[in-house]
Design a binder for this molecule. Sequence first.
Ligand SMILES: Cc1cc2nc3c(=O)[nH]c(=O)nc-3n(C[C@H](O)[C@H](O)[C@H](O)COP(=O)(O)O)c2cc1C
Length: 210
Amino acid sequence: MTNQVLEAIMKRRSIVRFKSDSIDQDKIQSILEAGRWAPSWLNMQPWRFIIIEDRKMKEQISSIVPSVFNLSIKDAPVCVVTCVNSKTDPFHFIEDGTAATQNMALAAHSLGLGTSWIGIFSLENERKSSERKLKDLLNVPKDWRVISILPIGVPKFKETKTRKELEQLTNYETFTEQDKRKILQQKIEKPKQRIEEVLDHLDPISTPPV
Ligand SMILES: Cc1cc2nc3c(=O)[nH]c(=O)nc-3n(C[C@H](O)[C@H](O)[C@H](O)COP(=O)(O)O)c2cc1C
């Protein structure tokens, strides 16, 4: 079974290299609308979307973000930073921000654009975290948290990442004891090893131009 929504969900991939083409304001507005229509706890809508187009600002943000993939921030014509008010929704502000981010990523894809989700939220919010530095740079008020940065642009390369099989991810009614045993036996993949795999995958030679 398929339809346009399912297709957008299944065909969206993170895009980290963009063409230099600018993006129509209409498209940016539609993407922001998709963020606005995300669900939120008690419909509190605790969001603020900050649109970044200034080159210098993008460079500054890029230097703050520790991600090995932060080049996409400088490369993209537009970045949307999603902030949430953690006082308005103290229970589910992370989910509110992530739902809006994903809505915007899917909307961008449906309009022929690419995005790459940059995770910025820091659980500890320690003084020197990237989130703290970004809050200072963007003048984000106290009690607000920065959930994500979404660089948006015209994709330069096609990405082809896959997913685990559905059987590996689902149980009906409850976990089975057999699955629990299997999970305990699984080797936990180290994030560092994973980052190297992802970087290998980003080799432009293995990703045909769009
Ligand atoms: C919470 C979260 C944080 C992420 N942070 C980053 C990031 O900092 N840099 C990046 O390039 N991709 C980031 N991603 C994108 C993932 O790497 C990507 O979604 C995953 O590898 C699957 O690839 P796909 O989106 O192309 O299907 C993040 C995704 C999520 C959901």
